[in-house]
Design a protein around this ligand. Structure first.
Ligand SMILES: C[S@@+](CC[C@H](N)C(=O)[O-])C[C@H]1O[C@@H](n2cnc3c(N)ncnc32)[C@H](O)[C@@H]1O
Length: 285
């Protein structure tokens, strides 16, 4: 694919599904399963969403079930949780991890096209809104399936400057590999400030919008651990792009990335990254 070719929404989604089918097991092992770094938000999200026994909850883009499992424990046997995700490999992991639970279902579906014959008390969505090319359509669609005064609860990463785990690498890698993110890929930090987030949620017709900001920390180890792990967890197409650079380019790129991590490098060469997270709650009127 050349730089000039712009992905259609359909092509972008197809690629995203392929990526998540490949990376879901690694994502689960490294992040979702353990409460590390930004995942400290999981318990906060469930608390702020005010999930209670007997509630029915939709967990949108549930991935491997990090939030879904917690919600199931909260709603108890009189409640119900439905997790939907467009990655079959993520859904399989979520099902495997929760196989004896009766108050929870996982469904393979695109968030843009969900259809239910019932309404929910709460809809949650952690670290996924920015992946939806038409986030506005998804939000309007969700609203139909929330009861009156039902709660929407979303978790998002802060914009890239507040998440140096991403920006230390991405600011550099995108200079060396201009087509690292293909044209037509939505900007993944477009809801990373309170203003940006509030705007899209109120445009979709939600009210009583509240946004809490958190700064968690993430310790990826030394620079070498950080870089090696980043490469290890990349999807194949991106790995190929990095591999295609010359040894000199790779070294230059690595040095510039290392420079970016120095402000966060402490004694013994250990990196401690701050990681801003936004949790929004809103009501459907
Ligand atoms: C960063 S993961 C978050 C997963 C989970 N919410 C968590 O907190 O671990 C993003 C998830 O969004 C899903 N996703 C992306 N676009 C989607 C869409 N259009 N419909 C449904 N799921 C989608 C991916 O398959 C992936 O599992």
């Amino acid at each position: 694919m050349t730089r000039s070719k712009k992905l259609t929404q359909f092509e972008y989604k197809k690629r995203l599904i392929k990526t998540w089918n490949e990376v879901a097991p690694r994502y689960h092992k490294r992040w979702a399963k353990n409460n590390v770094g930004p995942f400290k938000s999981s318990s906060e999200l469930v608390k702020l969403a005010n999930v209670r026994p007997g509630h029915t909850v939709l967990d949108l883009a549930c991935g491997t079930g990090a939030i879904t499992k917690r919600i199931a424990a909260r709603v108890g046997i009189s409640g119900k949780v439905v997790g939907i995700d467009s990655s079959i490999s993520a859904i399989k992991i979520a099902k495997k991890e929760t196989k004896n639970k009766t108050n929870l279902d996982f469904v393979l579906s695109d968030a843009e096209f969900i259809k239910f014959n019932k309404k929910f008390d709460v809809v949650t969505c952690q670290y996924a809104l920015f992946f939806f090319p038409n986030a506005q359509k998804v939000l309007k669609n969700i609203k139909q399936y929330l009861k009156k005064n039902g709660i929407l609860a979303l978790t998002l990463h802060g914009n890239k400057d507040t998440v140096p785990y991403f920006s230390s690498i991405l600011d550099v890698i995108t200079k060396f590999i201009p087509d690292y993110a293909l044209q037509g890929t939505p900007n993944l930090d477009r809801f990373g400030t309170k203003d940006q987030l509030k705007k899209i949620i109120s445009r979709a017709g939600f009210t009583d919008i509240k946004i809490q900001e958190y700064v968690f920390t993430y310790r990826p180890g030394t620079f070498s651990d950080y870089w090696q792990n980043y490469l290890k967890y990349l999807s194949k197409p991106l790995k190929e792009k990095v591999k295609a650079l010359s040894i000199i380019q790779k070294q230059k790129m690595k040095n510039q990335i290392k420079q970016n991590t120095l402000p966060y490098t402490k004694g013994g060469g250990q990196i401690i990254f701050p990681w801003k997270v936004l949790i929004l709650t809103a009501k459907s009127s």
